[in-house]
Design a protein. Structure first.
Length: 128
């Protein structure tokens, strides 16, 4: 194997090719593993406009855990039937969630309505 081609005379090393190939594959595998660890996922949590306090706290705990793990969170409020007429209750809920997790994340997308559901995306704050 050639180590330094520009040197005079060129520097070469005698080595076992299978060992070299094994080490190269090992380094590539480690690099892929590190790249996979830093990949950000989008987790999804679904709410209803009329949610009880305990259920809200449980889902809020999940959101907090996802944000501390470094994942983005998509929060969806699903409306059924005539609930779609009362969008303000869902908007209030989304604002309450964003206020409750503002120490861990920031709102990436403002509340938007898609069909019979309303959603926001919260991204984790950058580590200092």
């Amino acid at each position: 194997m050639e180590v330094a081609a520009n040197a005079k005379p060129p520097v070469c090393r005698i080595m076992d090719y299978s060992k070299y190939k094994f080490e190269k594959n090992k380094k590539e595998k480690e690099a892929r593993k590190k790249q996979r660890q830093h990949q950000v996922d989008i987790k999804e949590i679904k709410f209803r406009p009329k949610i009880e306090e305990h259920d809200y706290n449980v889902k809020l705990k999940h959101i907090r855990r996802f944000l501390t793990d470094g994942d983005k969170v998509k929060i969806i409020i699903r409306y059924r039937g005539r609930e779609i007429m009362f969008l303000d209750s869902g908007t209030e809920l989304l604002n309450k969630i964003s206020v409750d997790v503002e120490d861990l994340g920031t709102m990436e997308k403002k509340p938007e309505i898609l069909g019979k559901q309303q959603m926001i995306i919260i991204a984790p704050k950058a580590a200092k």
